[in-house]
Ligand binder design. Structure first.
Ligand code: BTN
Length: 226
């Protein structure tokens, strides 16, 4: 895959859109972002020392109903990268990657649909590598801290791109999800309740048992506390 490395930009997920007319897969990475974007309209702190990459990928005929495969693949590629450097990754459903109980990586996906299929997607991945995450108040961790040695962003970026280019399976994704079989707190609308996390379905919904009934929950509609 063609790889472009910038010193700085507002957001790699915007930069990569310049390649849309060429209709070929490309990844744009930056050493820092001045306006990094996160999920739910949040910003994503993107100082030097992290890896910030946006993959533009075109699909031939990926059904819209299979969109979760893109998310699962991205989270799996990050987990394989984290493992490569000797740390122990865990996916917080649907696609945040944690290590040592703190957030290590975030993923932002923008899909473009054409009828019932996905034409292309922009998969933005941010990984804390050796940046100072202490400003985030103990909720974040860097890969260097999780691996117990100082890592270079160049090396981590290279392994991430390699892993993203390889195929992955849904079983691999599931192997990095550790909370199944445990009780979780679900907030849905205005109410919060406890449920037993059973399984993640291939469409990305989380199957839970609540008061003897099985329900499939969508990440867009609920928030989860482990
Ligand atoms: C999140 O955890 O909220 C998702 C964060 C996604 C950050 C990545 S960094 C590369 C790409 N460019 C952006 O502006 N955002 C994504």
């Amino acid at each position: 895959m063609k790889t472009i490395l910038l010193d700085s930009c507002i957001s790699t997920s915007d930069e990569v859109k310049k390649f849309l007319p060429m209709r070929e897969d490309v990844v744009v990475c930056a050493k820092r972002q001045t306006g990094g974007r996160g999920t739910k309209g949040r910003s994503f702190l993107s100082e030097e020392g992290g890896v910030y990459c946006s993959f533009l990928k075109f699909y031939r005929s990926l059904p819209a109903a299979e969109a979760f495969r893109i998310m699962a693949h991205a989270a799996t590629a990050v987990c394989k990268t984290v493992k490569f450097f000797g740390a122990d990754p865990e996916i917080k459903w649907p696609n945040d990657v944690y290590a040592l109980g703190r957030k290590l990586s975030g993923i932002l996906i923008e899909n473009a649909f054409s009828g019932e299929t996905i034409d292309h997607s922009i998969v933005g991945i941010g990984i804390n590598v050796c940046n100072d995450v202490s400003a985030l108040g103990g909720i974040a961790v860097s890969l260097s801290e999780a691996a117990g040695r100082l890592l270079s962003t160049e090396e981590v970026r290279g392994i991430l791109v390699q892993n993203f280019e390889k195929e992955s399976t849904f079983e691999e994704y599931l192997s990095f999800v550790h909370f199944l079989g445990r009780t979780v707190r679900v907030t849905e609308g205005g109410s919060t309740y406890e449920a037993l996390a059973l399984h993640i379905l291939e469409d990305g919904r989380l199957e839970v048992a609540v008061e003897g009934r099985t329900r499939a929950l969508s990440a867009a509609e609920i928030s989860l506390r482990l």
